[in-house]
Design a protein around this ligand. Structure first.
Ligand SMILES: [Zn+2]
Length: 309
């Protein structure tokens, strides 16, 4: 089921796996960020790409023949091949549409608060991801479907990572592209302004209901063909939410703290870990867990100080 295509412009080779009319091209380091895995679907009428990560620039004619792009969600690492397809329609869930259409929309979805970072981010995205906004992107909604000829794609809105994050199911092959519900050891990421912890929880609970036989993550894990192993990794991934909540409670058990103090200690990343987005992501992640804990009475908030009960 696995064969090798040559990586044009370099001696490295892009690994691939084929499932009927669906092909997966693995990004570098199995699609670890900044790369990701590319899914292509060959209908008898239309050829579609699901996302367009960095690896799409090394596939060659098979990617460049794409006639329709369906985005599972909008982040820079999933858009890196769109510059190769300037006249091809790009479909995006309506909740991620503004993020696709303009740089300002993408910044708003990230929730970037530090204006001094904006030009540096744009330069990095342009250099590393060939970033091009998609002003002509078209919106789709939950349940949208595309008939490519002898193969159909159906969108399941599974928000949380971003507001418009979707799982794309290819039928009759039963291949589900689950995007950045990536089942990595890091756990779920919901640190953007457009992210939602509570939506992520609901999406993780609904994911097993999708009638798939093969699951493909955008990053790292790659392909699952065994439902038991998929369910096991999904459970471990979902358990990360409880682990984070538990660690937060332990920090508050040590002593009452403000949000700023909790962010200083880090929840997502190791203590002392830094990057231009880290404070914003930690603040939003911790805030969402605190809101849940305050709502169910396990944590008390008084005058800006959180304490466990
Ligand atoms: Zn993402």
């Amino acid at each position: 089921m696995s064969s090798v295509a040559s990586r044009s412009g370099s001696r490295e080779q892009v690994q691939r796996a084929d499932f009927g009319r669906v092909s997966v091209f693995f990004g570098e380091k199995n699609g670890k960020y900044p790369d990701a895995n590319q899914v292509l679907v060959r209908g008898s009428d239309t050829r579609a790409a699901l996302d367009a990560p960095i690896v799409s620039n090394y596939i060659g004619a098979e990617f460049d023949a794409t006639e329709l792009v369906i985005m599972g969600h909008i982040h820079e690492d999933h858009m890196a091949g769109l510059h190769r397809l300037p006249d091809v329609p790009v479909h995006v869930h309506e909740a991620d549409l503004e993020a696709a259409r303009s740089w300002e929309g993408l910044l708003a979805a990230f929730g970037t608060t530090d204006q001094t970072r904006v030009s540096e981010m744009l330069a990095r995205f342009t250099r590393d991801f060939f970033y091009t906004p998609q002003p002509g992107a078209r919106g789709y909604v939950d349940g949208a479907s595309w008939d490519l000829g002898q193969v159909q794609i159906r969108a399941f809105h599974m928000p949380g990572h971003t507001a418009g994050h979707c799982v794309l199911l290819v039928e009759p092959e039963g291949v589900a592209f689950i995007g950045d519900i990536d089942l990595t050891g890091f756990g779920p990421y919901y640190g953007d302004a457009s992210s939602s912890l509570s939506d992520f929880r609901r999406s993780l609970a609904r994911l097993p209901d999708i009638p798939a036989k093969v699951w493909i993550t955008a990053h790292h894990r790659g392909v699952y063909t065994d439902r038991a192993r998929f369910m096991q990794d999904l459970a471990a991934y979902a358990a990360k939410l409880d682990e984070r909540e538990q660690r937060l409670l332990e920090m508050l058990n040590e002593s009452p703290k403000t949000l700023v103090q909790l962010v200083e200690q880090r929840l997502l990343y190791p203590p002392g870990f830094d990057g231009p987005w880290v404070i914003d992501a930690e603040t939003r992640t911790i805030s969402q867990h605190l809101a849940e804990l305050v709502a169910d009475g396990r944590v008390q908030l008084r005058e800006g100080v959180y304490r466990s009960r």
